[in-house]
Design a protein around this ligand. Sequence first.
Ligand SMILES: Nc1ccn([C@@H]2O[C@H](COP(=O)(O)OP(=O)(O)OP(=O)(O)O)[C@@H](O)[C@H]2O)c(=O)n1
Ligand SMILES: C[C@](O)(CO)[C@H](O)COP(=O)(O)O
Length: 240
Amino acid sequence: MSHSSSDSPSLAKVIAVVPAAGIGSRMQAERPKQYLPLADSCILAVTLDVLLSHPAISEVVVALNPDDTYFSALPQAKHPKLRQVIGGAERVDSVIAALQLIDTPASWALVHDAARPCLTHTDIDKLLSSRSQFPHGAILAAPVRDTMKRAGNNGCIATTVPREALWHALTPQLFPTAELLLALEQAVQAGVNVTDEASAMEWKGVSPGLVSGRVDNIKVTHPDDLPLAALYLEYHRHHH
Ligand SMILES: Nc1ccn([C@@H]2O[C@H](COP(=O)(O)OP(=O)(O)OP(=O)(O)O)[C@@H](O)[C@H]2O)c(=O)n1
Ligand SMILES: C[C@](O)(CO)[C@H](O)COP(=O)(O)O
């Protein structure tokens, strides 16, 4: 079965899903990292603004931690395009919870980490445009740049891995909503380690497209990433 955005009017509908239920343990901050200050606001607010302001995105579903005490204070919480859901123990559980809330299964789900605030509209447009080429879905990704080594024992190099076919998986990742939900649910049920949406689709036998994205679409993961994200946003402000 093949889909394209022109197959049916509802398949043209794009719904963003934002997993934001993590605790950010690697950031070692006093609060979940998505609420750390960034650009006069916070990481999650910046990420949501990018998605809420994109004209092709009709709805944004954000998955929150059950213990979240910060979200309701954000202005974005009252945005008419925004819906909230309680996330789960792992990122994949949060994405599943958000997808289950979507009442238009014949739509496209654009899944984007709350922790990637430097996403641009041009990259969203690029991914959305790839639907005719990749009717079963695609992800933003970046080719690796450095020489790649596989570690052996005792901190030594076992081998050099050819880098030509290696890519970093970024988000957003864009898939037909119903197909993605089924793949994620079945992969979790089968005990597959699902670290991104594409890995569940791959497990189902689909080969998602790789769409070259901006390398500044970083995931704020470690403390050093936050000033870098602030610099990238400042750069975007002056160059767009
Ligand atoms: N149970 C979880 C775990 C993660 N996430 C979200 O998935 C995205 C990517 O995850 P990651 O960067 O690993 O965030 P955390 O899990 O919060 O970080 P850490 O692994 O350092 O604890 C984040 O936006 C995070 O909020 C989620 O919605 N639900
Ligand atoms: C989905 C993802 O952003 C792709 O790079 C990433 O895998 C999520 O973060 P995690 O550290 O793997 O949970």
